[in-house]
Write a new protein. Sequence first.
Length: 160
Amino acid sequence: MATANKNLSVYDKATIPSAKKFRFGIVVSEWNTEITEGLYNGAYDALLDCGATKENIVRWNVPGSFELTYGSKKMIIEQEVDAVIAIGSVIQGETKHFDFVCSATAQGIKDLNVLHDTPVIFCVLTDNTMQQAKERSGGKHGNKGTEAAIAAIKMVTLGK
């Protein structure tokens, strides 16, 4: 996990398999758009940097993080992608809603990984504050979207 004064989004491109032959799906939550767009940009840019083509990156939006599981499942079935990156941001509020959404989303993404042969990468920030989310979506702690893209590439090649 990201820690103070450490950017974990830096990767050695020479150690990452080429993404050129693969098709990637990115499902993006529309909730906390400032954060999810930053995560999407990090993922998209890293995929391109590692050889993926624009034509082989498919983006779908869903209303919130809770809907990422269904969107990812449909992406696997309808788009014949090699991996899906599920991008969301849930920020702690005053109620237990945060706990339920985070838990259900994590369990849903886990279930997709158990049920399907297509890896689904969990790129959902679950932060206490908006500032923490900003720091992890392109700020001082790097970009979890970048990390998710690298994980997607590695998982695709693991399965091939």
